[in-house]
Design a binder for this molecule. Structure first.
Ligand SMILES: Nc1nc2c(ncn2[C@@H]2O[C@H](COP(=O)(O)OP(=O)(O)OP(=O)(O)O)[C@@H](O)[C@H]2O)c(=O)[nH]1
Ligand SMILES: [Mg+2]
Length: 391
């Protein structure tokens, strides 16, 4: 199976139609072979820097291919969501003085003092006083000005989502919605896996294909654990956050997050233990990237070579700055895959012929992930069929 997928990834355009100009018996025989290959789970490893969206993809697989979350499991997420909210407001309040921004009123300043006195951990119970303070602060013009300067603060991506929804969340009867779960953030440590089955269309032989997806932590101090799961991986799903172009790492405030992601992609692409794995890149957080560009942020201020890219002839028609920005990031990845590197004599793999597939995604959007994952699945199915016919 691993070998099959490897071979598949060396071909960009499956030509199934030509290969099935055979008798119905031959076709049935081919389907039987394909179904046999389904018995082995396809192992997919999610990689990327911290907060690129790996765990969010795992949550989406659970929503799409397992039965989602029970009420009990939803309630288990409440402490995580409350901690996200507290961390968001705490970071904003902390940065008001650092950025020299004034509160709109004395009342807001008092609320801020209360929040600061709690430290960075959410209180165990949200009493009325705490809830009122959060609502007052989020409505303060000064706090909103601070929020506009989010790129200067290590703020969670879901800050606005949770603070906008705070009144609903602070209800004593609150049960997190699926959207709340997708927006919540908890750093991954260690290695986690999810196994699920996906139906194969009758036209492709029917049956089910099992997938096993591995999630790892993306922070620098977590990456030394990754190697433990490289064995037997058939496809790497690399996530890169396109909304990160104007931010620095939490672990190292001197390092631009997008640059870190590009460097990491190079080391993963060139890793000899993953040489036989297929590569799929999700250029994630398209919504965050677009929002930033609409708010007047420009990637050229962080990546000056963007200007040369815009002035160079391109194959496609790019319409606006968001379009140019996402293509620019994609081209940076493509350039990395074209960098020369040594042929590995041990496994005799010609790296230069490896293909990498790109998708523009919003990991919090279930319909987007459903569509993209369908494409990934179809690719695997097509190639399985193609390889069976070639055997
Ligand atoms: N708006 C938006 N938020 C996203 C998107 N993808 C992920 N997020 C949010 O980004 C935050 C981080 O996502 P995670 O999935 O936890 O990131 P991760 O890659 O698993 O991070 P580590 O576990 O630290 O490696 C969460 O709050 C998600 O809801 C996206 O496409 N758009
Ligand atoms: Mg994670």
């Amino acid at each position: 199976m691993k070998l099959k997928l490897l071979r598949y990834l060396r071909h960009t355009k499956p030509q199934m139609q030509d290969e099935f100009q055979t008798t119905p018996q031959d076709v049935e025989q081919q389907f039987t072979e394909v179904r046999k290959s389904f018995r082995e789970a396809v192992k997919i490893l999610l990689l990327g820097t911290a907060e690129s969206g790996k765990t969010t993809i795992i949550k989406q697989m659970r929503i799409l291919h397992i039965n989602g979350y029970t009420d009990e499991e939803r309630c288990d997420k409440i402490p995580e969501i409350l901690q996200n909210i507290h961390e968001s407001i705490y970071q904003l309040v902390q940065h008001m003085s650092i950025l020299g921004i004034q509160y709109q009123s004395i009342a807001s300043r008092k609320c801020a003092e209360y929040i600061l006195s709690l430290g960075d951990q959410a209180p165990e119970y949200m009493n009325d006083e705490y809830c009122d303070h959060i609502i007052t602060l989020w409505n303060d013009v000064g706090i909103r000005t601070c929020f506009e300067r989010a790129h200067e603060i290590p703020l969670l991506d879901s800050t606005k989502y949770f603070l906008d929804n705070f009144e609903r969340i602070s209800d004593p009867e609150y049960i997190p919605s699926t959207e709340d779960i997708l927006h919540s953030r908890k750093i991954t440590t260690g290695i986690h896996q999810i196994t699920f089955k996906v139906k194969v269309p009758r036209t492709m032989g029917g049956g089910v294909q099992e997938f096993r997806m591995y999630d790892v932590g993306g922070q620098r101090d977590q990456r030394n654990k990754w190697i433990q799961v490289f064995e037997g991986i058939q496809a790497v799903l690399f996530l890169i956050s396109c909304g990160d172009f104007d931010q620095c790492l939490r672990e190292d405030p001197r390092q631009n997050r997008l640059q870190e992601a590009l460097n990491l992609f190079r080391s993963v692409w060139q890793n000899r233990f993953l040489a036989s794995a297929g590569f799929i890149v999700f250029l994630n957080k398209q919504d965050v990237m677009e929002r930033k560009i609409r708010a007047g942020k420009h990637i050229v201020d962080y990546f000056p070579d963007f200007e040369d890219f815009c002035n160079s002839p391109q194959e496609g028609n790019y319409f606006d700055e968001s379009d140019w920005t996402k293509r620019f990031i994609q081209h940076k990845l493509i350039d990395i895959t074209r960098e020369p590197f040594k042929r590995n004599s041990r496994n005799n793999i010609d790296y230069s012929r490896r293909e990498c597939y790109y998708h523009f995604t919003i990991a919090t959007d279930t319909s987007c992930v459903r569509k993209v994952f369908n494409d990934v699945h179809q690719m695997i199915l097509h190639q399985n069929m193609k390889l069976v016919t070639l055997l």
